[in-house]
Design a protein around this ligand. Structure first.
Ligand SMILES: Nc1ncnc2c1ncn2[C@@H]1O[C@H](COP(=O)(O)OP(=O)(O)O)[C@@H](O)[C@H]1O
Ligand SMILES: Nc1ccn([C@@H]2O[C@H](COP(=O)(O)OP(=O)(O)O)[C@@H](O)[C@H]2O)c(=O)n1
Length: 217
C-alpha cells in the first residue's frame, strides 16, 4: 500500500506521514530531505543554487548527509526550494523516490509532488493544509527549540516566498492531486490531525476496495 502525503511547509505533513507509517507499519520517506541535501551540498562545494547544472552536480550526495541536523534549518529549506525548481534536479531524484514507493509492502512518502508525480497511483492521497500564519508559528517554535533566533516575521516571509516559488514553478508545482483528500490542520491538535488522517486514508482504501471488486465482477 502506498500513501502519498503532500502539502506546503510546516502544514504538518511530516508529522502525519510518520504517524501513518507507524499506524500501518510501513517505511516512510521525507522527500523534502533529498532536496535539502542537494541544496546543502551545493553550498558546501561553493556552487550556485540558481544554476541548474550546479544543482545537478550536487544530486549525487552521500546518504550520511541526510542525518545532518543542518538540513532542518530555515536557510536550507529556502535553498531547497530554489534547487527543487530545476527540472533536471527533480529528474535526478525521481528514481530514488519511485524505488522507495515501489518496495514490497508499500510505503508512506511525504513532499510536494508525491500524489501527482512520484506515486500518481497511490492507494491513498492526502493534501495537508494550514494557514500561513499558523504554519509560521509552528515552524518558528520548532526552529527556536533547535536554538535558532530567527524572528517570527522572517519565518512567515520565508514561508510565503517558498509557497509562491513551490506553487508557481513549471516542474511539478505544489498542487493537490485531484483525487487527494484535503486535510486542514490549522485548528486541529497533532492527535486530532493524525486521527482525521487515518479516517481519510481508511475511507479511500474502502472506496478503492469497492472499485476493485466492481472491476472484477
Ligand atoms: N496539528 C498541529 N498542531 C500543532 N503543531 C503541529 C501540528 N502538526 C504539526 N505540528 C508541529 O509543527 C511543526 C511542523 O510540522 P511538520 O510535520 O514537520 O510539517 P511539514 O512536514 O509539513 O513541514 C512541528 O514542530 C510539528 O510538531
Ligand atoms: N517532493 C518534494 C519535497 C520537497 N520539495 C522542495 O523542497 C523544499 C523543502 O521541502 P521540505 O518538505 O523539507 O520542507 P518543509 O515542508 O518541511 O518546510 C520545498 O520547499 C520544496 O521546494 C519538492 O520540491 N518536492
Amino acid at each position: 500500500m502506498i500513501i502519498a502525503v503532500d502539502g506546503p511547509a510546516a502544514s504538518g505533513k511530516g508529522t502525519i506521514a510518520r504517524a501513518l507509517a507507524r499506524h500501518y507499519k510501513l517505511p516512510q520517506l521525507d522527500t523534502g530531505l533529498l532536496y535539502r541535501a542537494v541544496a546543502e551540498k551545493v553550498s558546501r562545494i561553493g556552487l550556485d543554487h540558481t544554476i541548474e547544472a550546479d544543482a545537478v552536480a550536487a544530486c549525487d550526495f552521500d546518504d550520511a548527509l541526510l542525518d545532518d541536523p543542518v538540513l532542518r534549518s530555515d536557510e536550507v529549506g529556502k535553498l531547497a526550494s530554489i534547487v527543487s525548481a530545476h527540472p533536471l534536479v527533480r529528474a535526478a531524484l525521481f528514481h530514488r523516490q519511485k524505488r522507495f514507493a515501489a518496495q514490497p509492502g508499500g510505503a508512506v512518502l511525504d513532499g510536494r509532488d508525491i500524489g501527482t508525480v512520484i506515486a500518481p497511483d497511490a492507494d491513498a492521497k492526502l493534501f495537508i493544509r494550514a494557514t500561513p500564519s499558523i504554519r509560521a508559528k509552528r515552524r518558528h517554535a520548532e526552529l527556536r527549540d533547535n536554538g535558532s533566533t530567527v524572528s517570527l516575521d522572517k519565518v512567515l516571509a520565508d514561508i510565503r516566498a517558498r509557497d509562491l516559488r513551490d506553487s508557481t514553478r513549471s516542474a511539478a508545482p505544489l498542487v493537490a492531486a485531484p483525487d487527494a483528500a484535503l486535510l486542514d490542520t490549522s485548528f486541529l491538535s497533532i492527535e486530532a490531525s493524525v486521527q482525521r488522517a487515518i479516517e481519510l486514508v481508511e475511507r479511500q482504501l474502502a472506496l478503492k476496495a469497492e472499485r476493485d471488486a466492481y472491476k472484477r465482477s
